[in-house]
Design a protein around this ligand. Structure first.
Ligand SMILES: [Zn+2]
Length: 321
């Protein structure tokens, strides 16, 4: 009785829902069943695709957890994975640091390779630790007298040089002439002209004081005065005279050999005093007040202001200090 009364009092919403349920009961059940089947199929396919990934770590864990029964040979078979990954990250080419250009090597035992026109860098370091790779002539090498034409410049008779210096033997037609880097010579011309105007004296670049080929420089080394230490001469692949950028400049001021003006002003023309008296421990070469090296005006001025030698400057520029 009570139930019937309650049923009669139900809301219109409940009544319509119940009517829908009674009329389309079968259809709703079929839809529900289909949805369930779809969910089950999806779950099974997902489980199948993730199965191989799940297997791998368990294998690895087993290998690592049992070190005692595994032989050393088997252990190494497990490591190649990280090893093969490392090389792919490193092949980016590193640029040459300042001072160490393509023509220079830090391998002091390396045999020189025959090559002409090898590239020159104005800041290239050539010394005991930085050796020239090549035995041929550098690029941009021209005869000194083709650039230095002013009256203040004196060219030394090569035959007289030969007689005066037993170390120097003219071997080829090219050896009869002083040569140097064209750009460096143009600046040397300007510097010597200014020196002449300021002091009234001239200069001399001797036959042996500009570019030297490998054979000549090596002969100098082999016949050096072994009582001078550190030596004044360096081996064939360790001399910057071979670059065409280094010049022995002799002032023609009688017997005074006063280099003050050149030392004070050479940087204005792109030159540095390559072997200063207070840097012999760093350069490994005794004081040479006559040896000037072309590095370009900007670098020469900076080197002058910092009071450094080329070795120190190259280190400084590479940010190593
Ligand atoms: Zn020199």
């Amino acid at each position: 009785m009570d139930n019937r009364r309650y049923r009669k009092k139900e809301s219109p919403l409940h009544a319509t829902l119940r009517r829908i349920w009674e009329t389309s009961k079968g259809l709703l059940l079929i839809v529900l069943a289909l949805v369930l089947v779809l969910i089950i199929v999806l779950l099974i396919s997902k489980k199948n695709s993730s199965e191989p990934a799940d297997e791998k770590p368990t294998e690895a864990v087993v290998k690592h957890k049992t070190p005692t029964p595994v032989s050393p040979d088997k252990d190494t078979t497990a490591t190649p994975e990280p090893v093969t990954e490392a090389p792919t990250a490193t092949p980016t080419p590193t640029p040459y640091p300042i001072g160490l250009c393509e023509s220079v090597t830090t391998d002091t035992e390396a045999e020189p390779i025959a090559r002409d026109n090898w590239p020159v860098d104005y800041l290239m370091l050539v010394n005991w630790d930085y050796r020239l790779k090549y035995s041929g002539n550098p690029e941009n090498l021209v005869r000194v007298d083709s650039v230095l034409t002013e009256s203040w410049y004196q060219i030394q008779n090569p035959i007289l040089v030969k007689e005066a210096d037993r170390n120097f033997v003219i071997e080829t037609e090219d050896d009869k002439y002083d040569r140097g880097n064209r750009v460096a010579l143009e600046h040397l011309d300007e510097m010597c002209k200014a020196y002449h105007e300021a002091t009234g004296y001239g200069v001399k670049v001797s036959q042996t004081g500009a570019y030297r080929n490998y054979a000549t420089q090596d002969r100098f080394w082999n016949r050096r005065d072994k009582s001078i230490n550190p030596p004044r001469v360096v081996p064939g692949n360790a001399s910057e005279h071979r670059t065409g950028l280094g010049f022995d400049v002799w002032v023609l001021d009688g017997e005074k050999y006063d280099y003050k003006w050149l030392h004070a002003h050479c940087h204005e023309y792109g030159f540095i005093l390559r072997y200063p008296s207070d840097k012999t421990k760093i350069t490994g070469v005794t004081y040479e007040q006559w040896h000037f090296r072309y590095v370009g005006i900007e670098a020469a001025t900076e080197i002058h202001n910092l009071g450094m030698c080329l070795e120190e400057y190259v280190k400084y520029k590479n940010g190593r200090e």
